[in-house]
Write a protein that binds this ligand. Structure first.
Ligand code: ATP
Length: 311
């Protein structure tokens, strides 16, 4: 049995150190919000299954091979002939400002359906993790998310709004109906309004409305300002860990992996949030979306003196 099942689109990722239009060398890897979370959890020792569709191409093989190598179960993932594996390009502009370019419309993953996803939920995992990116990929993925969320398993949703994929109104219309089936909602402070009822106008109102709707935990990511988590009984805040910022992409996914790991380990709310800000900090302090995520043995590394050498 898996501790966590997740699904979505994972793409080939190419990173340039400067403007792409100038040419030069790019580094090839893979990227996808859900598979970033899956890798983060697997590194921490949890049993994780990721499922999705890749094209019949070499980048699809790269996606599956990478996830397998990280200990993620991809036994339900498959090749689909209807489109290629998606592609995401990152170009570094102005210091740590990174611009993202997608080539994912019509990709294999945009055909992901409930029939692809529901078998991966058998036997029922302890947690299902979904993001607000998947319903933005097309009608079939949106239905797949709906069916999975309503399958009766405990669900975490990371809102993960992507303005390149859809508008805020469309996102809210797709995500709000899911709320009554969610256990954990993770959002940035500006994403809460996409899941809370429109009548709630402040952050406190939005959190209260989500808890009233049956969500057990509302977790708010605040970038370099850390994060907060709320249940019906308590609210806690954790400051961000102080690290030298190398690459902020993937911080949110790393944070979710840490939070869910804490949940699976039965840590209290403070412990869950501490692990989340720690894994988030690992992501921003290392290049790549997921490459720098910690193993369980490495979780304490940030507690050491900065600049120290491990011998
Ligand atoms: P992304 O979409 O790039 O993955 P996000 O907007 O979903 O990011 P953030 O709020 O930027 O998520 O970051 C998630 C968590 O990572 C934060 O709550 C914080 O704990 C950690 N984090 C982010 N930026 C920093 C930073 N500069 N220094 C230390 N920790 C950070």
């Amino acid at each position: 049995m898996s501790d966590v099942v997740t699904f979505g689109e994972t793409m080939a990722a190419l990173r340039a150190d400067g403007p792409i239009r100038l040419g030069g060398t790019m580094r090839l890897s893979v990227a996808g919000a859900e598979s970033n979370v899956a890798i983060g959890l697997a590194r921490l020792g949890h049993r994780v299954r990721w499922t999705g569709l890749v094209g019949r191409d070499e980048t699809g093989e790269l996606v599956l091979r990478t996830l397998r190598a990280e200990g993620v179960d991809v036994g339900h993932a498959r090749v689909d002939e209807r489109g290629p594996t998606g592609l995401i390009l990152f170009e570094r502009r102005l210091g740590d400002l990174v611009r993202v370019i997608y080539h994912r419309a019509g990709s294999a993953a945009s055909f992901l359906s409930a029939d692809d996803v529901l078998p991966a939920l058998d036997p029922s995992p302890r947690l299902l993790h979904v993001t607000g990116i998947t319903p933005a990929l097309g009608p079939a993925p949106a239905l797949a998310v709906r069916a999975a969320v309503e399958s009766g398993v405990r669900v975490c949703l990371d809102v993960n709004y992507r303005s390149r994929l859809w508008g805020r109104d469309q996102a809210a219309a797709a995500l709000r109906p899911l709320v009554s089936a969610l256990s954990v909602v993770v959002a940035s402070d500006d994403e809460l309004e996409l899941v809370a009822p429109p009548s709630a106008s402040t952050e406190n109102d939005r959190v209260a409305a989500l808890l009233d709707a049956g969500v057990a935990e509302v977790v708010i990511k605040r970038g370099a300002d850390g994060a907060s988590a709320h249940t019906r009984h308590s609210s806690v805040h954790a400051s961000a860990r102080r690290v030298r910022v190398v690459d902020v992409v993937g911080a949110g996914d790393a944070f979710v992996a840490g939070y869910l790991s804490g949940l699976l380990d039965d840590l209290d709310l403070t412990g869950r949030l501490d692990r989340a800000v720690t894994t988030g900090a690992f992501a921003v302090a290392s290049p790549g979306d997921w490459e720098g995520l910690p193993t369980r043995a490495e979780l304490g590394l940030l507690d050491g003196r900065p600049e120290s050498t491990l011998r």
